[in-house]
Design a protein around this ligand. Sequence first.
Ligand code: ADP
Ligand code: ASP
Ligand code: MG
Length: 420
Amino acid sequence: MPILVMKFGGTSVADLARIRAAAEKVRAEVARGHDVIVIVSAMAGRTNELVGWVNETSPMYDAREYDAVVSSGENVTAGLMALTLQEMDVPARSWQGWQVPIHTTSAHGAARIEGIDRAAIDAKFAEGFRVAVIAGFQGLSPEGRITTLGRGGSDTTAVAFAAAFDATRCDIYTDVDGIYTTDPRISAKARKLTRISFEEMLELASLGAKVLQTRSVELAMRYKVRLRVLSSFEDTDETSGTLVCDEDEIMESKVVSGVAHSRDEAKLTLVTVEDRPGIAAAIFGPLAEAGVNVDMIVQNISEQAQGEGAPREVTDMTFSCPTDQVGRARKALEAAQARGDIRFDALEVDTEVSKVSVVGIGMRSHAGVAARMFTALAAEGVNIKVIATSEIKISVLIDRRYMELAVQALHDAFELDKAD
Ligand code: ADP
Ligand code: ASP
Ligand code: MG
């Protein structure tokens, strides 16, 4: 029988009534002749609560125990979903990650799926079970410990199962009815897209659009999984939602297809570091070792240092990272200074910044996108602190209080509310 993967996010399984509504959708697909693999998230808010408990108990927590605690939300939903389906006379069985098993790396809190054993699930389907319910977000390390895949990781569990089982499609049910030109919670003018390319969705996700976890889009692109985002709160059919697909399946030809934001960014500047070969490695090496995800980097033009000692070339080095990694970054840099590996006069930290980005494959062949973006921001009086570009995106770091305004201004400037 053709296999369909259906994933339900936190708000879609927030309580027993929502689980029943999700189970109804699964039953409908079973009635249409599919065997279904259901991936469930923890009930809405549960993972945040678990993360909070871990932080309160142990701020410098052991990541293995973090995973032991934080993975548990999905276990509850998986069992409840299987029971709900059984009550509807749909033969269903649940699996936690270790039971499948879903093999992952041992990078606790951010593990990557390396393989999925099909045997146990195939055997159950062969016995006549119609639905396999899988706890999302979790797996098993080579050391035999529970791992988690990073926040939003159930999306990745879903795509990995779709690839492993050659599913007809991977449907991601959530609290919005598709992928929009920008977060519909930020701009009322956001427009739902019928299709979006893997490349653009990958950029949007990695730049903060949390509707899909970045890794899930990467996997879908690599394994050619038909990936769809749609609402669990509405009646849906074959044509609902947004399909993430290859570029050549898309009709729209806008230069910019979406605006993404990442709210909680921080900007750190090392003031007066020596400007010599190896300095960037001496700064960013220890940051990487400390697990800091450095994003944008700017190095200023070199100057002659004033004051005591022989004249030396100095510069300022600025970078951004998520706000919750500032403590780790500071520690790593201060330790490097204490070891004498780097020298700096001050470490300036600004935790009140956000990143706003425009994304579009049309940028490859159109000039002037940056100018249009900067003009729109200037017209709103938004000061740009750092700029980064790649082939299909331009990102700026700005004061957080202007984030929503910037998203809306860019959405207007690139006329994203209008279809082609
Ligand atoms: P789930 O719990 O179902 O995994 P998430 O909260 O992780 O749901 O993702 C859905 C949310 O993603 C939406 O509620 C929406 O606010 C946000 N989002 C951000 N950018 C976009 C976008 N471009 N299109 C649709 N939703 C977006
Ligand atoms: N429950 C996890 C989280 O909130 C995984 C997920 O929902 O995708 O991050
Ligand atoms: Mg999510």
